[in-house]
Write a protein that binds this ligand. Structure first.
Ligand code: FES
Length: 101
């Protein structure tokens, strides 16, 4: 099954696009040749993340995460925690969340 997140053409070359996702949000961004979609949820207490200086940084207590690996860089989120990436596929110019395939 699939669910469209956004059009590929709308994803910026740098930074991220915040797209709605079933009542929540995902950060969508380019990472080398890949397009990543990470839940806009901090792994500490669930705060929203900002895309800053090539990292995703929590607005609440400042945890930061690597945009490529999703790994926590610093801050109060648990060591070893990593962003929740969605499984995605590009089809007909759109980025889709896919599941159950
Ligand atoms: S909720 Fe993100 S650092 Fe606390």
């Amino acid at each position: 099954m699939k669910h469209e997140i956004c059009k590929v053409a709308d994803i910026p070359e740098t930074g991220s696009l915040i797209a709605p996702f079933f009542g929540r949000e995902v950060h969508v961004y380019r990472s080398g040749e890949r397009i990543r979609a990470a839940a806009n949820v901090c792994l500490h207490f669930g705060g929203p993340l900002d895309c800053k200086d090539g990292k995703l940084v929590c607005q609440w207590h400042g945890a930061s995460f690597d945009m490529t690996s999703g790994e926590r860089i610093e801050g109060p989120a648990s060591k070893g925690s990593r962003l929740m990436f969605l499984s995605t596929r590009v089809e007909d110019g759109a980025l889709n969340y896919v599941w159950g395939e």
